[in-house]
Structures are given as C-alpha cells and as structure tokens.
Ligand binder design. Structure first.
Ligand SMILES: [Ca+2]
Length: 401
C-alpha cells in the first residue's frame, strides 16, 4: 500500500471508529473450540497495561508516561498528574490497577521506573556474560521501579504519593517486574524484578527479585512473613523471582498467581505462597544466555517448583483468570499474553494444577490481557507503532457452544 492509500485507509478507519466506536473490519481466528472475531478498537504507542474502573471505563498505560481512559470507543487526553517516569528500554510507565474500594476513594495505583534524584558520576554497566545480548552497556542512569497512588478526579490524578520503591536503585535496562494485584483481603501485591542483577533475588536486604505485600497506603502489614527478622526487609512476601510480568488472584482459591520470564528457556508460572523461596538464580528450568547451565528446581527441594514452565520461552506478559460467559470454553481458565511467542496462551487448570496450555497464535506481541465487563477479551499489542487494543468476541460458531 502506498502512503496516500495508507493515509486514506487510516482516515476512513478513524471516521468509522469515531462514528461507531469500532472499526469496520474484523478478522477471525481459530480457537481450540470455535472461532473468535478480532477487532482493533484503539491504537497506542508502546502500551503496557490495562485496568477496568468499576463503571466499565478502561485505563491504559503507555510506557513513555501516558495514562488514558478509554470509554465508548473514545480515548481521553492523557491524564494529568502522572509521576515523571524514566522511559528507556523496559522502563517507563508500567502497570495500573484500581483500588477495590475505588467507588468511595477513587484511588488508582501506578508502577513505573523512577530516576534517582542523585546520579553517580561515571556510572558504567559491566558486561555480564549470563545476560548475553540482553544488556545495554551504554546505560548509565540510576533508577528503580516505584509504585504511586493518586485519586482519579476527572481527567487528573490528585494527591499523588509514592507508596513503595525498589531498593537499591541500579543502572540497567530491564527486569523491573512491576505488576500490581490486590488480594481479597485488600493488601497490595507488587512483583519486583531482579533488575538483571541475579543475586539480589536471594538477598533479604534488597527487595529486588521478590513479591512484595503492603497495605494500600504503603505501610507494611504486621503479618508479613519476615517482619522482625534481622536484616530482612519487612515488605518481602516471597523471594527468588526473576522478572514477573504477570500477576492475578485466582478467584477459585483467592491465591496470587504470577508468571516470570525465565532466562534462555524456563518461563514459569508460580502459585505464590507466603514466605516461600522460588529459587532464582540458584535454580531454573532454563539456561543462561551464554548457555551456562542452571540446575533445575527438582535438584534443590528447598525451592518451590513452578506450577508450569515453558522451554523454549514464550515470554509471558499479563495474566488474568477468565470468569465471563461470552467464551464458555475459557471459563475458569488462566489467560496470558506472549511477547516472543506472539500468542494468547490459555491455561487449563485443575485446582492448583496446570493441566495443559493452548498457544493461540496472534502474530503480534501481546503485552497485557483483560476481561471486559461484557465478557469479551481484550489484548494489548506491544510496540512503538501498531500497539493495538484488540477485542475478541465469539464468532457465530463459538457463540453456539
Ligand atoms: Ca523458580
């Protein structure tokens, strides 16, 4: 398509979107059971996360630092009051979640990478062969992931306050983690990646490579497992994680489920149990990028074994449990996006066991997944351009099931 045709097509599509809130054409994909229509309902630049407000409006983050509200087929202007983010490589504005009591308190929570106030002179990344090409030796900005909350008042966030920070801050491009999930008891779980530093995941004086549990105001609950332990940060809930880009409460059990990116192979699904050690970097089902072996979980019984793992990697991102009626075959299953696998991955569960996975090829890097109030499934496509918000609805065949 030449540029003029492309522009004409884009304008025509924009006109249709403006008029009807949905584009004119949808493609159909085959599912293990039936088919789904896939429509692009909005476009973003480097989007990262989706979260529904209780009234059905959708919050969407873009890594460069934008938060939007999408409702009735229309995108808001960027919401004002978002904290300043350090946007580079895997960092930027990351997850968004909504307070369980949003109807009364209007609190919205954001995770993002934050530049340190004081920058070291001559900071320089050192080559770590275990990371292969997945490092940026030119990076010299000291930063860490932080979580802030603010009240959503119209088109702005008010009273924005940082409630938690990664320590220590470090230079380096990736592994912020940064997924947020509220437990049924109102505590906030934060996944904190290892920042590509490996060893801090086992260091209790660091909150890198952990799952953290705090009260929504940032205070640490008294019943956290390491409260009062010498040398341990009290917000730590579990340790030994690598880069957890998906977190959701399983509604059947009330337990937190996460997934984490493995190194070369060995992506994991983990059921998060208070105080447990998930083994990184001592054990993994994968290998380092320089092909250095890492012992498997089963060789060291002191570490929790993943509920499921993938080798080769699928690069999991975003996680939800489907509870809707639109896709009966998906009810009670876990759904996640795949980046390198360019797929929607659906996990069939039997209690705490993952029985099998369906890898549904989308041909796009999927960064996040969400269930719309009407039971349709939303997928957020990763990327600078073509960051579509896709809506999946059953086609005739699936709807008859
Ligand atoms: Ca593990």
């Amino acid at each position: 398509m030449n540029d003029m045709l492309m522009l004409t097509h884009a304008l025509a599509l924009a006109a249709v979107v403006a008029a009807f809130g949905a584009p004119a054409h949808a493609e159909t994909i085959s599912l293990p059971q039936g088919e789904a229509n896939v429509e692009s309902i909005a476009k973003f630049a480097n989007p990262w996360a989706l979260a529904f407000l209780p009234d059905g409006r959708l919050l969407v983050t873009e890594k460069p630092g934008n938060l939007y509200i999408f409702a009735d087929g229309k995108l808001s202007n960027p919401i004002a009051g978002v904290p300043k983010v350090e946007y580079k490589d895997q960092g930027g504005l990351l997850d968004v979640t909504v307070d369980p009591d949003f109807a009364n308190n209007k609190f919205v929570y954001l995770s993002y990478s934050e530049r340190a106030d004081e920058q070291p002179e001559d900071a320089q990344e050192e080559n770590d062969a275990r990371l292969g090409d997945y490092q940026d030796l030119s990076d010299n900005v000291l930063k860490g992931m932080a979580v802030a909350r603010g009240r959503l008042e119209g088109d702005r966030l008010e009273d924005v306050k940082v409630i938690w920070r990664q320590v220590p801050k470090t230079i380096g491009r990736g592994h912020f983690g940064a997924r947020l999930a509220f437990a049924p008891d109102g505590k906030l779980f934060i996944t904190s990646g290892d920042r590509q530093r490996f060893e801090p995941a086992q260091d209790m004086a660091s909150n890198l490579g952990k799952v953290v549990r705090i009260n929504p105001d940032g205070l640490v609950p008294d019943d956290n497992p390491f409260v009062g332990k010498d040398g341990a940060l009290p917000e730590i809930w579990t340790l030994g994680h690598r880069n957890e880009l998906g977190a959701a409460i399983n509604p059947a059990s009330g337990e937190l489920w996460i997934h984490e990116m493995g190194p070369k192979g060995g992506d994991e699904v983990n059921i998060v149990v208070r105080g447990k050690n998930y083994g990184w970097p001592q054990v993994s089902e994968g290998a380092h990028y320089d092909d250095q072996d890492i012992p498997d979980h089963k060789t060291k019984p002191e570490f929790a074994t993943p509920a499921y793992s993938w080798n080769p990697s699928i690069s999991p991102a975003g996680l939800m449990f489907y509870t809707g009626d639109k896709f009966p075959a998906w009810k009670g299953k876990a759904m996640l996006g795949g980046l390198s696998s360019e797929a929607l991955i659906v996990l069939t569960l039997n209690g705490d066991k993952v029985v099998s996975d369906d890898v549904i090829k989308m041909g796009r890097r999927i960064r996040d997944v969400a269930q719309a109030p009407d039971g349709s499934v939303l997928l957020l496509v990763d990327g600078e351009s073509g960051g579509d918000l896709l809506r999946l609805t059953p086609s005739g065949r699936a709807a008859q099931r």
